[in-house]
Design a protein around this ligand. Structure first.
Ligand code: KIV
Length: 273
């Protein structure tokens, strides 16, 4: 398959992610929320594309991830899946779609998988949601866990600061990670926790651990695409590396277009019929 930077054009599966961990190959994961972006991200050779509920922030302009609905997540997931050939597409289960009871969680999970054709789901939480995680897994749906900073619980924390700095929270996180692995999760995201703790979890688990703000001792990294491309000027947490300054690139292009239209430079003779 031409155009891929990766020399392996096979579809990325849960099994291949575990094999990557076993041979020490790091997993590259990035969010996408629409068809055009997903095509670019997949074409670049990304291993996993996350249709994150961060769509609530970066696509819809909400302050938290809480308002995004199941229907909206399915819309984003369908758009992404249409643009992807190789990457594994993982979809966040949105707030309120799985915290109620196991059967509600299963029904939400089945809707996402049936309507979007995605490959897997991601859920925030450990022991509190383990029954629902098992229910969904027993329906044959792969689940990625998410521990540490869990943005769907922001109203409980009251802050987006680093989690699990104290011993009690760190030990609970380790217990939760083992519970999720034992339940059958194929991978776990650890968000904004001390690097040493993330490294410990990664070394104790056989499934891949993907970090965001969790240091380099894990099995892969995930970022939000708008943040790493520098589209969002105001968001500059310590863990974020900006690989481009698209805010400046886009603003310059837009200013150029505006002045060309105002100065009657666009369209020219060759740009009309
Ligand atoms: O929604 C999201 O983008 C996420 C990542 C930050 C891991 O959950």
């Amino acid at each position: 398959m031409s155009g891929y930077i990766s020399d392996d054009a096979r579809k990325v599966t849960t099994r291949r992610l575990v094999e990557m961990k076993q041979r020490g190959e790091k997993i590259a994961m990035l969010t996408s929320y629409d068809y055009t972006m997903a095509q670019i991200v997949d074409g670049a050779g990304m291993d996993v594309i996350l249709v994150g509920d961060s769509a609530s922030n970066v696509m819809a302009g909400n302050v938290t991830t809480l308002p995004i609905t199941l229907d909206q997540m399915i819309y984003h997931a369908k758009s992404v899946v249409r643009g992807v050939k190789r990457a594994m597409v993982v979809v966040d289960m949105p707030f309120g779609s799985y915290q109620g009871n196991e059967m509600e969680g299963l029904a939400s999970a089945i809707r996402i998988m049936k309507e979007s054709h995605a490959d897997a789901l991601k859920m925030e939480g450990g022991e509190e949601i383990i029954g629902t995680v098992k229910r969904i897994l027993s329906a044959g749906i792969p689940v990625m866990g998410h521990l540490g900073l869990m943005p769907q619980s922001i109203n409980k924390y009251g802050t987006y600061t680093v989690r699990a700095k104290d011993n009690a929270e760190a030990e609970k996180l380790v217990r939760d990670a083992h519970l999720l692995e034992e339940a059958g999760c194929f991978s776990i995201v650890l968000e904004k926790i001390p690097a040493a703790l993330a490294q410990r979890v990664s070394s104790e688990l056989t499934v891949p651990v993907i970090g965001i703000g969790a240091g380099g001792g894990v099995d892969g990294q995930v970022l939000v695409i708008q943040d790493m491309l520098g589209m969002n000027n105001g968001f500059r947490p310590r863990f974020l590396r900006r690989y481009a300054d698209l805010h400046t690139v886009m603003t310059d292009a837009l200013s150029h277009y505006i002045s060309d239209v105002k100065n009657l430079d666009f369209p020219n003779e060759k740009e009309q019929y």
